[in-house]
Design a protein around this ligand. Structure first.
Ligand code: HEC
Length: 176
């Protein structure tokens, strides 16, 4: 009776010992990562590859290059008069792609007074609403204006804090 018990327990504990030593060796060689360090590292190290890939946009969690281009175009051309969610000089632009077709926005940005002069109902109304203050004409391409719209759509529906929070937690999930 005693002997059979030993016969089972001894090889089992020997196997366990070999396993543990093996794991330890692998860990020391860096082949296996200890779960504890992986958890702790996920938060602090994961944003860096993203930040390296797209440092300008990463602060806002932007990864799409078209949106990043729209972000830059918006900041250099439109931000002095427009914000996504508040009236600056011109109206808040959040939801503009739902209010107006892309074609309209392209025509408006290229030459808003031409659109007003053509009698376009919406253009005339918004022009009057903003004290007949003329928005400057921009020599941007259709593609650039589309990128600005992509940026507004990406930026407007959620506040900056929420989208940043989301991105950070997503990164943490992906990198675990
Ligand atoms: C000098 C200030 C100024 C700048 C710069 C400016 N806008 Fe405007 N924008 C306005 C004003 C004012 C209006 C309101 C209509 C009017 O008075 O002509 C307006 C209206 C608009 C509208 C219509 C908004 C709505 O709710 O229907 C869009 C779209 C728009 N601007 C896009 C842009 C984009 C895109 C840029 C950058 C490429 C830009 N604007 C740059 C002043 C500006």
């Amino acid at each position: 009776m005693n002997r059979t018990w030993l016969e089972i327990i001894f090889p089992a504990s020997l196997a366990l010992l070999v396993c543990t030593i093996g794991m330890l060796l692998l860990t020391m060689m860096g082949v296996l990562e200890v779960p504890l360090t992986e958890d702790a590292g996920a938060v602090s190290t994961s944003p860096s590859p993203v930040a390296l890939a797209d440092s300008a946009a990463s602060a806002q969690g932007i990864t799409n290059p078209e949106i990043a281009a729209g972000d830059a175009l918006f900041k250099s051309n439109c931000a002095q008069c427009h914000a996504a969610d508040e009236v600056v000089v011109g109206p808040a632009l959040a939801g503009i792609s739902r209010r107006r077709p892309e074609k309209w926005v392209v025509a408006w940005v290229k030459n808003s007074s031409k659109l007003v002069a053509s009698g376009d109902e919406y253009a005339v109304r918004i022009f009057n609403q903003y004290q007949k203050q003329q928005m400057p004409s921009f020599q941007l391409t259709d593609e650039e204006i589309r990128q600005i719209l992509l940026y507004i759509d990406d930026n407007a529906p959620v506040s900056n804090t929420t989208s940043t929070g989301k991105t950070v937690s997503l990164q943490a999930v992906y990198c675990q």
